[in-house]
Design a protein. Structure first.
Length: 366
């Protein structure tokens, strides 16, 4: 006769075990609402005992004293996710599946303090990863943390799609086996600038149309926590007020599509007007944040020249509306498409981050 255990039963058993270990001075159990755990990104806190990492790049950080560490994670079960686990600067990528809940992060650590960061490497389309607890030594205050904040709005490139070929090569596995938001250009640039990051990005989406359909587009899902069309769970703008906003959209608007429908030539007026409306919306949400419009690192030179003209038109209109110079344009100097399906790979994301870091430093005087 088979016996089935619910996830809550597993949590209870897990906490009982770690409490026993804690009494032996080896480890302690900690729930997600511990005041010393810091969260950043698109995260659903409807249940504070099981916050859901939703968006690509959503992460939490903590510092602990102990020799080992493992976390309790619950995959939504749509497919499977990946996380990036970084302890004392040492990085590894872990697959999170619906049939497993406890994930060992590190053992046999040196005596003393250790820092841990867990980052969702896959995007919202793949489903959430719920964080249900951690087994480690005493959790202590993080101490000095980043105060700067950057938001990166974009598509698959910003999400870190099709970039990481270290485990599964192109054409193998499922489409998100090469996802790695932690090593995407946005988080890389943010870390170089001692800043936190928030990714508001969805693969295949654009400003005026998507890669394989007419919508919903990024402007239509941006205000929703799960980056979908469900208006019941709104994204609270006050949970993360960026000092700088970076928007990298247009790749999917300019694409030829997937051949599933009669795709017309891009309507330039529709694109520019949609972009203007979206930038105005971002400006109203974050009136003090400089907004940087990026061209595409992965479309043809001809299309990028058109995109650059359209971005200039958007910025010109923003100046007329707001009478300030808080809007900027950045152009990647090269085409980066060494990953899967014409996306940048890990090395190219690093180059993109390096270029953006220089630009952002000038914009922000950081």
């Amino acid at each position: 006769m088979k016996t089935f255990f619910s996830f809550n039963t597993k949590i209870t058993a897990f906490m009982t075990l770690v409490n026993i270990l804690g009494c032996q001075g080896q480890s302690e159990s900690h729930l997600p609402d511990d005041k010393n755990i810091q969260y950043t990104g698109r995260i659903d806190f409807a249940n504070p005992q099981k916050p859901r990492l939703v968006g690509a790049g959503a992460y939490f950080e903590l510092k602990f004293i102990g020799k080992s560490c493992s976390v309790l994670l619950e995959d939504q079960g749509l497919q499977y996710n990946y996380i990036a686990a970084v302890i004392d600067g040492n990085y590894k990528r872990i697959k999170v599946t619906k049939d497993k809940t406890q994930y060992e992060i590190a053992t046999d650590l040196k005596k003393g303090e250790h820092t841990l960061l867990i980052c969702k490497a896959t995007e919202a389309l793949i489903g959430y990863v719920a964080f249900a607890g951690i087994q480690c030594g005493e959790i202590i205050p993080l101490g000095k943390t980043y105060t700067r904040k950057i938001e990166f709005i974009g598509n698959s490139i910003t999400s870190g799609t099709a970039m990481d070929l270290s485990e599964v090569p192109c054409g193998k596995g499922v489409w998100h086996d090469q996802h790695n938001a932690y090593l995407a250009y946005g988080p890389l640039a943010a870390r170089a600038l001692n800043a936190n990051w928030l990714l508001s990005s969805v693969s295949g989406m654009g400003i005026s149309r998507n890669w394989n359909n007419e919508g919903p587009t990024i402007p239509q899902v941006y205000d929703h926590l799960y980056l979908d069309v469900n208006p019941k769970v709104e994204w609270n703008a006050q949970t993360y007020v960026p000092d700088l906003v970076s928007i990298c959209l247009g790749t999917n608007d300019f694409s030829d599509g997937d051949g599933s429908y009669d795709r017309k030539k891009l309507d330039s007026a529709k694109f520019v007007n949609a972009y203007i409306r979206f930038v105005r919306h971002i400006r109203e949400r974050y009136p003090n944040a400089p907004i940087c419009l990026l061209n595409s690192p992965a479309i043809s030179r001809e299309n990028n020249e058109k995109l650059s003209q359209y971005l200039s038109a958007v910025i010109e209109q923003m100046y007329k509306l707001y009478q300030d110079n808080n809007f900027y344009k950045f152009e990647f100097p090269h085409n980066y498409s060494g990953g899967c399906d014409g996306h940048p790979n890990i090395e190219e994301h690093q180059k993109m981050a390096n270029e953006l870091t220089v630009f952002f430093r000038k914009v922000m005087n950081w």
